[in-house]
Ligand binder design. Structure first.
Ligand SMILES: Nc1ncnc2c1ncn2[C@@H]1O[C@H](COP(=O)(O)OP(=O)(O)OP(=O)(O)O)[C@@H](O)[C@H]1O
Ligand SMILES: [Mg+2]
Length: 355
């Protein structure tokens, strides 16, 4: 099958998720990547099964979101989905990944710890930033390939054994860095032509380029994050990776109809009906005296809202042209707690997101 045949259709959100086992969530900084990745992990676990949520920047964003203490470098069960599935979280960071790698391939754990003390880990990742990235993407792709009954190189599960995880979701670096982060092969090419680093990079690349992997973009209905989404999708397509869905975060329903939004945005809103409405609503006498002033203030607010709604509609139309399915994450008025995460997950499922 060619890439084009496997590309999800713009009008079918489910297609951006169907068949995928590694969901990489990127987007402009602060748009809701960690929130979206966690809600997606919950949604994917909702039919039972196991989902691993991997955070790669060592920032403990998932722990902060879940209100837990900082998480260790291990796969820890953190959430139970309504359908009985579970979400484990791996809070990965480049230094732990490097130490683990040295131990696994060279038996160098002790040396690794000495390296940490002398700052040589920073040195190693400094001269070879690609190494740092491939170790992190390697954590996620190893979990995708892992079969029940075996773990990495340490034991060999029976061929055809079920996968240990039904899906892996990665809370990934922002759009500005995602291309480099995922372009593992060429990043380590100058570093290692043969040997374990090369083999490792090849195995990672194989999973990232396969139909198992989709890269989802979180955006807001604003110019900058939408532009980063466009650039990011172009970049990934150029690298032979598959964009998945565009996740529009903080989505709010349009409150004004087409005619009102246009007249309000251009400042033609008639304040008389607002003033009459305020009067009819039976305002307290002292407010009633100022009802015309109040009506003008409200009209200004409606105008600001209308301008915003028009902008959102334009950004949404532009995003639709990218050809990637659009999925919405509603704005949670009280902030994002466990209940809100559950609601976000349900919303994703309602829009066709599932394994
Ligand atoms: N749907 C939502 N409704 C309400 N608040 C939200 C929603 N999504 C995200 N937020 C809030 O927006 C803020 C940023 O979200 P989040 O941490 O998920 O973004 P991020 O892209 O991971 O940020 P960073 O780039 O710093 O990692 C948080 O305070 C979060 O609670
Ligand atoms: Mg984050």
């Amino acid at each position: 099958m060619s890439d084009r045949e496997q590309a999800p259709r713009g009008d079918d959100p489910g297609a951006a998720f169907a068949g995928a086992r590694l969901h990489i969530v990127t987007g402009k900084g602060g748009t809701g990547k960690t929130t979206a990745a966690t809600a997606l992990a919950l949604a994917l676990a909702s039919r039972g099964g196991r989902v691993l949520l991997v955070e790669v920047e060592g920032r403990q964003g998932v722990a902060a979101l879940l209100g837990s203490a900082p998480l260790p470098y291990e796969e820890r069960e953190m959430l139970t989905a309504p359908g009985g599935g579970s979400v484990r979280v791996l809070a990965a960071d480049p230094e732990s990944a490097l130490l683990e790698y040295l131990e696994l391939f060279y038996g160098l754990r002790r040396a690794g710890q000495a390296l940490t003390r002398t700052g040589a880990v920073d040195f190693a990742t400094g001269i070879a930033p690609g190494l740092r990235d491939v170790l992190l993407t390697g954590k996620a792709t190893e979990a995708v390939r892992r079969r029940a009954g075996g773990r990495g190189r340490s034991s060999t599960p029976a061929p055809g054994a079920p996968f240990r995880y039904d899906a892996v979701v990665m809370d990934a670096p922002p759009t500005g860095r995602i291309g480099r982060f995922l372009n593992v092969g060429s990043e380590v090419a100058g570093l290692a032509r043969v040997g374990p680093v090369r083999d490792h990079a090849d195995r990672v690349t194989e999973v990232l380029r396969s139909a198992w992997t989709r890269v989802h973009f979180v955006t807001l209905l604003e110019e900058m994050p939408a532009q980063e989404t466009r650039d990011g999708i172009d970049e990934l397509r150029g690298l032979g990776l598959r964009p998945g869905a565009v996740l529009v975060n903080l989505a709010t329903p349009a409150r004004l109809d087409a005619a009102t939004v246009t007249s309000a945005a251009t400042g033609d809103l008639d304040t008389a009906p607002i003033a009459a409405g305020l009067k009819a609503a039976g305002l307290r006498p002292e407010l009633l005296e100022a009802h015309e002033e109040l009506a003008a203030d409200l009209a200004a607010e409606v105008r600001a809202h209308a301008v915003r709604q028009l902008l959102e509609e334009r950004v949404r139309r532009d995003l639709a042209e990218l050809g990637a399915p659009i999925v919405e994450l509603p704005w949670m008025e009280g902030g994002v707690d466990l209940d809100a995460l559950g609601a976000l997950a349900r919303s994703l499922i309602d829009q066709g997101v599932e394994r």
